[in-house]
Structure formats: structure tokens, C-alpha cells
Design a protein around this ligand. Structure first.
Ligand code: AMP
Ligand code: MG
Length: 319
């Protein structure tokens, strides 16, 4: 347990919040939709702490908040249509899913290792002031424990996450009270989640109909839900305590390997290292002509559940 500070949204509070984010800590902050649980989107440990604080059972990708279109364009590739929607509706309750730039510097965990990123510019003076004070992109899902109702006041945030996060910026109640609308522009425009911006407004701006989540013709809504989506090239064997012939070993705690998720057996650190370790092991396997990656057992507690969920997908039979 840590002491959760309540910060006023003035210069002193904002400076403290930005310093906390720079140190890898978590700060809940008001947006016009709901309170977000913010962490440095470029810091794997900070993003792992978000999943840990929320008790999320899965590493689904998080929305990344930015101060404006210019910062967004450094992170994602914008088409003219994306630029037009951003100009019209940002700041506001619209999240755009766009191709991720390779050099964007985001944590692999924040995008769940997808080649896409979900971006939004929030329309709340405190959120924008925090983004400017911090200077970089902030990952922020809703500031509630997984499965609970989204918070629209600082008191709600403290009820759910008090003792688990460094601070909450108290900016009063949120105006919209529902989450942002998520629009994927990876292929034909598709709404992944209905929210604070109406589908009709998006369609009017685009001059065309968009697919919505319930369309059965649409592709899988969350690519991360495909059983083998996160599979490396090499096969994966779980709960291994010793490498066999032709295997690259990923260790954890006392189980040593060619590399390790966490030498001290810390599941938050293991979550932070998960995607980069799978990639590194894959590279090592192809260099050595090894056909399989063996992974040490991870305890099924806290973030260990989400790690095991992801690992079991990586080990799933390939389609
Ligand atoms: P939230 O929990 O409010 O942060 O919403 C996250 C949701 O946004 C995810 O469950 C996805 O549906 C969507 N999303 C976020 N990031 C991505 C991404 N990189 N690619 C595709 N969809 C994303
Ligand atoms: Mg939520």
C-alpha cells in the first residue's frame, strides 16, 4: 500500500503530478469523459503498474493521451481522413486507432505489442495542462479497478484505487461521464466502442457510413483476442524449469535462462519485460537455429494472471 495524494489542479499540483509520472508513478486525472489512470506511455514499468493497479486480467492495449495533433503525428501515421477527424473533434471524446510509427518510443505493453496505437486529445483543461507539464504521451485507461464502474469524481477514484496509486488530481466531476468513442482507421473506418462522440457525427464528417462493432462482416474487433496473435516465430513451451535441446530459455526468479523476465521474481517487472523478452528470445532462436522458446513458470497471482494469459496465447497452436 502507498499513500495516495490528492493534488489540486494548480501549478504546484500539476508540477507534482508531472514529476510523479516522470518517476514512473501513476496519477489519476480528470478528462471530459471519465477519470483516467495515467502513466508514462514510454515506460514499460509505469504501464505494467497501470495493469497491476487496475487488476486487469489481460494485457489489452491502452489509450494513449496526447496534447495535440502535432504530438499525435509523431506517434502514428495519419491519413488525410484521420487528420480531418482530428482537426474537427480534438480535443474531444474521440479515440483514433492508427498505424504506429516504429520510432514512436512507446512501451510495447501500452499497445499490447500491436502495430497500431489508440490516440486521443482530451478536452479537459486539467488533462491538457498535465499533458503539457509532462511533455510526453500518457497512457490512461479509466481509473477504476477492472470490472468496476468508471469514476467521474476524484472520490470515486480513491474508493477504487486509493492506496494503489501515487496521486489523483482533483478537477471536480467529469462532464460527459461516458468513455470516448473508439474509431479504427486501420482499414475501412470502424467503431470499436461507442462513446461520447456520436457515430452520426463521425459519418457526417467522413461523408460515409462507418462499420460498427456489431457488424458481423467486420474483422475481429480486438486483434489481441485471437488465440495465437502474439505468437513469436519459434514455438513456445510453458512452465519449463530447464531448457531442452534446441530451446531458448526465458527465466523468472530462481529459474535462470538465456534471458529473464525478472531476476527477483517480481510479476510487475515481468509484465514490463514480457513483449521485449519474447522478441529478444525469438531473435536469439533464429540466430541459434533453435525452434522453441521455453518459459519458466509464472505464479498465477496479480499480474501473473495477465502474463500467463498472454503466454498461453503465444503457445497456442497456430492457425
Ligand atoms: P480503455 O480501456 O478505455 O483504455 O480502452 C482500450 C480499448 O481501445 C481497447 O480494448 C481496444 O478496443 C482499443 N485499443 C486501444 N489501443 C489499441 C490498439 N493499439 N489497436 C487497436 N485497438 C486499440
Ligand atoms: Mg474502463
Amino acid at each position: 500500500m502507498i499513500q495516495t495524494a490528492t493534488l489540486a489542479p494548480d501549478d504546484i499540483g500539476l508540477a507534482a503530478a508531472a514529476a510523479t509520472l516522470r518517476a514512473g508513478g501513476l496519477v489519476a486525472f480528470p478528462t471530459e469523459t471519465v477519470y483516467g489512470l495515467g502513466g508514462d506511455a514510454g515506460d514499460d514499468m509505469a504501464v505494467a503498474r497501470i495493469f497491476d493497479a487496475k487488476g486487469r486480467p489481460r494485457f489489452n492495449p491502452l489509450i494513449v493521451h496526447v496534447a495535440g495533433v502535432a504530438q499525435a503525428e509523431q506517434i502514428a501515421v495519419f491519413t488525410p481522413a484521420a487528420r480531418d477527424l482530428a482537426r474537427r473533434f480534438w480535443p474531444g471524446p474521440l479515440t483514433l486507432v492508427l498505424p504506429l510509427r516504429a520510432a514512436a518510443g512507446l512501451s510495447h505493453l501500452v499497445t499490447a505489442d500491436l502495430p497500431s496505437v489508440a490516440l486521443r486529445v482530451p478536452a479537459h483543461p486539467v488533462a491538457l495542462a498535465l499533458l503539457r507539464a509532462f511533455g510526453g504521451p500518457i497512457a490512461a485507461p479509466s481509473a477504476n479497478p477492472s470490472g468496476r464502474i468508471s469514476p467521474t469524481t476524484a472520490a470515486h477514484v480513491l474508493e477504487g484505487l486509493g492506496g494503489k496509486i501515487a496521486a489523483v488530481l482533483d478537477g471536480g466531476p467529469c462532464a460527459v461521464g461516458v468513455e470516448s468513442t473508439i474509431l479504427s482507421l486501420l482499414d475501412a473506418p470502424q467503431i470499436l466502442r461507442q462513446g461520447g462522440l456520436a457515430q452520426e457525427q463521425i459519418e457526417a464528417a467522413l461523408g460515409a457510413a462507418v462499420l460498427a462493432g456489431h457488424d458481423t462482416s467486420a474483422r475481429p474487433v480486438a486483434p489481441g483476442q485471437l488465440a495465437s496473435h502474439y505468437a513469436p516465430n519459434a514455438g513456445v513451451r510453458l512452465n519449463a524449469t530447464l531448457a531442452e535441446q534446441g530451446e531458448v530459455m526465458i527465466g523468472f526468479g530462481p529459474v535462470q535462462g538465456d534471458l529473464t523476465l525478472s531476476p527477483s521474481g517480481d510479476v510487475v517487472q515481468a509484465a514490463a519485460n514480457l513483449f521485449s523478452s519474447l522478441r529478444a528470445a525469438d531473435v536469439l532462436a533464429s540466430q541459434r537455429g533453435a525452434s522453441r522458446i521455453a518459459v519458466a513458470p509464472i505464479p498465477n497471482i496479480g499480474l501473473g494472471r495477465a502474463i500467463n494469459d498472454r503466454l498461453s496465447r503465444a503457445a497456442a497452436p497456430r492457425s
